[in-house]
Design a protein around this ligand. Structure first.
Ligand SMILES: Cc1cc2nc3c(=O)[nH]c(=O)nc-3n(C[C@H](O)[C@H](O)[C@H](O)COP(=O)(O)OP(=O)(O)OC[C@H]3O[C@@H](n4cnc5c(N)ncnc54)[C@H](O)[C@@H]3O)c2cc1C
Length: 229
């Protein structure tokens, strides 16, 4: 005996991705059910930095990054740490990552990421309007800070790439210039790159919950099995 499920789509996971997907499908007239084992924004989407990092077009897999990995692994404060028990398991992924850092793949990824960012920027503005969410958005840009000129100069290749790919930014080359954007920053930060189009949500869990509320409101309870509330 077959049983009909009264939904076109069932989304598993009520994080930012699941809820955004559900909202979009709902706006296209689909009957959508969202299921989560815990609740809205119960995991990663509750505790991230809440940034729409539109200036971050450069992929992590940059040429030469694998040469830096051994040094990072040995440094307890380095940006990479792999538990010895996990090293073998992660090896296939690391090999893919290494291949992705070759120049040809890197350039393709950079172009794709930059195009995606443009699409995402426009999609975010539409979403903010559709869910009446402006009060939860902070349009303050972002500062990347450098301790001294040497550090700032070392970061130039990254800024050159951003410029080539159309990212808007300006350089601030004194603590006073930095303070004009964000007062109170320690004077050891002498240089900064300011990306005005970077946006934040006031709180990632609040933003996801807001979208979930809209989903419920627009679709009616009968299409939304709220296991969690
Ligand atoms: C420290 C940190 C900072 C970050 N900062 C940023 C940032 O500033 N900007 C940014 O864009 N991204 C950031 N990210 C990444 C971002 O948080 C994630 O990409 C995003 O939250 C992923 O959303 P998601 O909906 O895919 O997953 P999640 O938020 O993890 O949601 C998955 C949901 O699925 C549910 N689930 C899983 N398995 C099942 C199952 N079998 N049955 C039912 N339910 C299930 C879980 O309960 C959970 O609610 C950051 C991540 C971290 C860790």
């Amino acid at each position: 005996m077959s049983r009909t499920i009264p939904y076109d789509v069932i989304v598993i996971g009520a994080g930012i991705i699941g809820i955004s997907t559900a909202l979009k499908l709902q706006s296209k007239g689909k009957q959508v059910l969202v299921i989560d084992r815990k609740g809205v924004a119960a995991e990663t989407s509750s505790g991230n930095a809440g940034a729409f990092a539109f200036a971050d077009v450069i992929p992590l897999a940059t040429p030469g990054i694998m040469k830096k990995a051994p040094k990072w692994l040995l440094d307890p404060l380095g940006p990479l740490s792999i538990h010895p028990a996990y090293a073998f398991k992660i090896l296939p992924w690391m090999l893919h990552f290494w291949r992705a850092s070759w120049k040809d793949r890197y350039v393709n990824a950079l172009t794709a990421q930059s195009n995606l960012m443009e699409l995402s920027k426009a999609a975010l503005e539409r979403q903010i309007q559709e869910v009446n969410g402006e009060a939860l958005i902070r349009r303050e840009g972002q500062l990347q800070l450098y301790e001294g000129e040497t550090e700032f100069k070392a970061a130039q290749p990254g800024w050159d790439v951003r410029k080539k790919y159309g990212v808007k930014f300006e350089f601030l080359e004194s603590p006073e210039a930095i303070a004009s954007i964000q007062p109170g920053i320690d004077a050891r930060f002498t240089h900064a790159g300011f990306t005005p189009e970077w946006k934040n949500v006031v709180h990632p869990a609040q933003w996801t919950q807001h979208l979930a509320n809209e989903f419920k409101k627009l679709g009616g309870n009968r299409h939304y099995r709220n296991h969690f509330n």
